[in-house]
Design a protein around this ligand. Sequence first.
Ligand code: DHB
Ligand code: FE
Length: 295
Amino acid sequence: MANLVGAITTSHVPAIGKAIARDLQQDAYWKPFFDSFPPVHSWLQQARPDVAVVIYNDHGLNFFLDKMPTFSVGAAPSYSGADEGWGLPVGLPFPGNEDLSWHLVNSLVADEFDITTCQEMLVDHALTLPMKLLWPQAEQQGAWPVTIVPVCLNTVLFPLPTPARCYKLGQSIGRAIASWQSDKRVVVVGTGGLSHQLDGERAGFINKQFDQQFMQSLASDPQWATKYAIPELVEQVGTQGIELLMWLTARATLGNEAARELHSSYHIPISNTAAGVMLFEPAGQQVVQEEALAA
Ligand code: DHB
Ligand code: FE
């Protein structure tokens, strides 16, 4: 049986890619954001995941407005980025884990999630930047230390899946990982959010109070956000802040019990976005000792 070692959630603002490309991690604007990752790096070194299931939203690179699956899963041998128009360098392709992809596809369909299976898939900044943030040395070293399974949620073209549906998707992904006949260690990554709005009258909108309540809920009361309808959540966190659905989905893979929150940080703003990072281990599992993270 595969071992789900934890879940990491992070924002994915394109400007992060520019900062990495220009080596601006120590710059006054960027330092507080990049400084929130070393505890996650320590955890990753000790938790040693082999596979990352990356839950993210495409922003018009792989799916455009003409065809927009609500939920899609990659089942490709490898995934490349591409020039999306942000001027970010295209990095090393990501090796896929086809075995877990097909197990996940079969499990989700058996669980009544009518997903779209993608045997070719371009991945955008919402997947590539979190990978660079989590494994900053990988590209220089010439290899990603994990294989990946991309899971894509539509958060760009209405109608969007409800928070309750996303939560159930996360639970189903968690069950699929647990039933995968493999000795691999799996980490789930959820990217996007937190509050931000890039367009319209509320452009620049950020809601610190709601973001922090949401972050708190993920540790001990992960179903809290499922009570909201999409328009209510958009009102709270902005049209693009709705990307916090990926955090909810990622957290739901660990089940309903209170999870072990090992790291949490929140920083306003990165570009137009309230940027956060969180790290959880499943309840009752101590993958990494807390003292080891502080070291
Ligand atoms: C920004 C944030 C995003 O999540 C995104 O996909 C694009 C831009 C921003 O704040 O600039
Ligand atoms: Fe985004």
